[in-house]
Design a protein around this ligand. Structure first.
Ligand code: ATP
Length: 244
């Protein structure tokens, strides 16, 4: 694991004045947010608000301006591979598994930068403990599994990298509530083990219910942020996102 110094609760990710877009089209404007160690932070907002674009900028997949500090590292000059190596790992929307590879091989892909064979084997068993369904299906082709199982596989693949920060894009999309509940429990478990989570969701109630803090994004800017419980009770959030 990458050992970024810091105590629980100290900022792990600090984003300041980040702007990004696609070609000439601006999408994100002056985004600032913070994710502290071992917390679950929800980034919520409607379809098209710019949430995925922010994750792409943080993963250094698209260019951006502003400041991104991760632990004590400046992410701005990094390539996606370097950011991944620093411990910032994204579980993409739509899973993007290697469909024709087994669950086991997908998990190994998550550990591709690691050389500690014994620890990799231990982590695989840990994943099968976190997600027993994956253990039962370890030799099954990933593309042949249900949507929920594929999401588990994508999350386990991300965890195999031993991330400092796991950024999960639309974890719940298209999944049955009972499966989503299991996944939320896994997030609480890994948070307890020191993994920090940035959860990007259109399902505002779900994300805020399982998070410590949250940010609301609208048309490329952060319009609100605070403790998740306060955001759920906020009249503006309730009206705009919870239909209440
Ligand atoms: P969703 O939940 O639907 O993914 P989102 O909040 O993640 O929504 P983004 O996917 O970041 O939103 O999209 C923000 C804006 O950027 C949208 O207007 C979208 O059309 C645009 N956009 C996204 N990807 C690209 C791309 N590759 N090229 C050009 N424009 C893009």
């Amino acid at each position: 694991m990458n050992d970024i110094p810091g105590r629980p609760g100290a900022p792990l990710l600090s984003v300041t004045g980040l702007s990004a877009g696609y070609g000439e089209m601006p999408v994100l404007r002056d985004v600032s947010l913070e994710v502290n160690r071992a917390e679950i932070v929800a980034l919520v907002g409607s379809n098209g608000a710019g949430k995925t674009t922010l994750l792409r900028a943080l993963s250094r997949i698209i260019p951006c301006t502003g400041r991104i500090v991760f632990g004590e590292l400046d992410l701005m000059p990094m390539t996606p591979d370097e950011a991944f190596g620093a411990g910032l790992v994204q579980v993409p929307e739509g899973r993007q598994l290697f469909d024709r590879m087994t669950v086991e091989d997908n998990l190994l892909m998550g550990a591709y930068r690691r050389t500690d064979k014994a620890a990799i084997a231990q982590d695989m068993e840990r994943m099968y403990g976190l997600f027993p369904r994956l253990g039962e299906r370890r030799r099954q082709l990933a593309g042949s599994m249900s949507g929920g199982e594929q999401q588990m596989c994508a999350m386990a693949r991300g965890l195999m990298a031993r991330p400092q920060l796991l950024m999960i894009d639309e974890m719940s999309l298209g999944l049955a509530p009972v499966v989503v509940e299991q996944l939320m429990q896994v997030l609480a478990t890994i948070r307890g083990e020191g993994v920090t989570v940035l959860l990007v969701e259109q399902d505002v109630h779900l994300a805020l219910s399982g998070a410590d803090r949250g940010y609301v994004m609208e048309t490329g800017t952060i319009v609100q942020g605070g403790p998740a419980g306060e955001l759920i009770d906020d009249p503006g959030v309730r009206k705009a996102y919870l239909g209440l």
